[in-house]
Each structure stands twice: as structure tokens, then as C-alpha cells.
Design a protein around this ligand. Sequence first.
Ligand code: HEM
Length: 180
Amino acid sequence: MKGIVFTEFLDMVEEKFSDDIVDTIIDASDLSTDGAYTAVGTYSHTEMLQLVTHLAKETDIEVPALVEVFGHYLFQRFTKIYPMFFADVDNSFDFLQTVENHIHVEVKKLYPDAELPTFETKMLNDNTLELIYISKRPFQNLAEGMIKECGIYYKENIELEVEDNSTDEGMNVRFLITKH
Ligand code: HEM
């Protein structure tokens, strides 16, 4: 997992919780870097899972909810760090359909060692987009937070239905996104 995800995560913990909690979760986790992540470095995604598990213990908020909150935070940050991906898109369905074939492709060019999920998208009707998250890593709640924040960013009223079809082979989570 790219360092930018870790640096943004720790920034979020500092902003929403405290400096002390950042130190506590870093100390409690077995990390390759003692928490000194660089944006361009690459680290095991299991370090993220450790950090978030310790954050859950510190805050009494469950891991899935914390990862989803991070999805909201990360999406907001991406709108600032990567404005070019938003420049020509004026609604969430169009945006979400660019992630697989455009945004994550560019991310991969920028960071060849990025480990990205696969998204299969299909418009079911004018108001419904199906998006399937496929990955070896369990970050479906990150996707959920990002999708919801995407709706907020485009000032739309969207609703999510989530169907988890994951197996031992990997994650497969179907999001049915309806616009009202
Ligand atoms: C400007 C928009 C976006 C940028 C720049 C971006 C960039 C990235 C980067 C750098 C990573 C980390 C890759 C790695 O750790 O090696 C990542 C992973 C991920 N992205 Fe995106 N992304 C964007 C939009 C989205 C959106 C809208 C979604 C949700 C639908 C999404 C879902 C995810 C998920 C769930 C992961 C981690 C998944 C995994 O490891 O399975 N991304 N993205």
C-alpha cells in the first residue's frame, strides 16, 4: 500500500482524534518504519490494518466505521491533491466510472508498485449504478466512504445498498448506488 495512504490516515487521526492517539497506535503496531511513512514509499497493507485496529481500541469505534470515515477523508483530500481528475466531470456516476479505466490507471503510472483493486461498473438505469469492488485486500469500507463522499462532493442525494459476496479467494463487494 502506498505511503500516501498512510500519511493521509495518520493526518486524519491527528485531526479527528489527537497527536497522542497517533503516537499510541504507532507504538502499539509492529511497523516496518516506526510510523515514519513517506508518500512515495510502499508498505504492507497489514500495517494499515494494525493501525486501524489499534485506533478502534483507543476510540471504541469499530474498524469498519473507522475505515469508512477514512474513505470520506481521503476522497476530500484527493479532490484537493488531484484536481485534474475532477475537472471535466460533473456528477458522481460519471466520476465513479472513471476510477477503474482512468484514475487508477494514472495512479499506476505514477506509482508502478501500487496495489489497486478492480472496479466493475454498469449503469442499471438512469438512476442506478452498480459498482463491484474486487480485491485481495479488505478495503471495501474505504470504497464505501469514498463513494458516499463522492455523492456529497457533487451535491447529490445518493443511497447505497451493499452486498458482500467475498470468499476465501478475495473480496467481492457489490455496491448498488441509487440517485434520488
Ligand atoms: C482522485 C481519485 C482517486 C485517486 C487519486 C486514487 C488513488 C489511489 C491510491 C494512490 C491508492 C493506493 C494504492 C496502493 O496502496 O498501492 C488507491 C487505492 C484504493 N482506491 Fe483509489 N483513488 C481515487 C479514487 C477512488 C475512488 C472514488 C474509490 C472508490 C470507489 C477508490 C477506491 C480505492 C480503494 C478501495 C483502494 C484500496 C483498495 C485495495 O487495496 O484493495 N479510489 N487509490
